[in-house]
Design a protein around this ligand. Structure first.
Ligand code: HEC
Ligand code: HEC
Length: 132
């Protein structure tokens, strides 16, 4: 009989405990997601970046803004192949022009889009592929 009186308290206690387990599970999941998506694990995956700082001159030349598939390059190369030697790792921090590309900088750096490893610089529309 005395059990009846204690029952609700016990249920409450159990529910509280369940809640606590839930909360720690959620916190743990959030923690795992943060760790996995951090740079330390090399799974940055920025996706496609559109370069349109020079939109005016690109329009004049009859090409659309350039699309840089960052994640695809991440899959192929280590971060330090590009950062910081070829590209500063900050959006908009690199003043990229075709003259510089042709002169062996940025996209036209050694072993990049001026070599056997990648399509050449005269395939304009492969890079200038925004809005297509
Ligand atoms: C093939 C060259 C290349 C490789 C490899 C590469 N990146 Fe980048 N990354 C770029 C370019 C280009 C940009 C854009 C810079 C700009 O906007 O001027 C960029 C931008 C960034 C930015 C700035 C993002 C922002 O929103 O400001 C970060 C951070 C970054 N990269 C980190 C990485 C990390 C980490 C890796 C490796 C997992 C990596 N990059 C691999 C070329 C590369
Ligand atoms: C490997 C990629 C790539 C290829 C191939 C490429 N471009 Fe570009 N181009 C870029 C990037 C990146 C920019 C910088 C865009 C920005 O920051 O606004 C750029 C900028 C430009 C600009 C504006 C800046 C300037 O130099 O006047 C013009 C015009 C241009 N490209 C024309 C061309 C033409 C024409 C071709 C083909 C002969 C070509 N591009 C091939 C990546 C490429």
């Amino acid at each position: 009989m005395f059990n009846l009186k204690r029952q609700p308290q016990r249920q409450l206690h159990r529910r509280l405990q369940k809640n606590r387990i839930m909360t720690s599970t959620i916190l743990f999941a959030v923690f795992v997601v943060i760790i996995i998506s951090s740079d330390g694990f090399g799974v940055t995956k920025f996706g496609d970046m559109v370069f349109d700082d020079k939109a005016g001159s690109m329009k004049k030349a009859g090409v659309t803004p350039a699309v840089f598939p960052h994640s695809k390059h991440e899959e192929l190369y280590k971060c330090d192949i590009c950062h910081p030697k070829i590209f500063k790792d900050k959006r908009g921090a690199n003043d990229i022009t075709m003259q510089k590309n042709i002169d062996g900088k940025f996209c036209g750096s050694a072993d990049c889009h001026n070599s056997e490893k990648a399509f050449p610089l005269y395939h304009c529309n492969k890079c200038h592929a925004a809005n297509k």
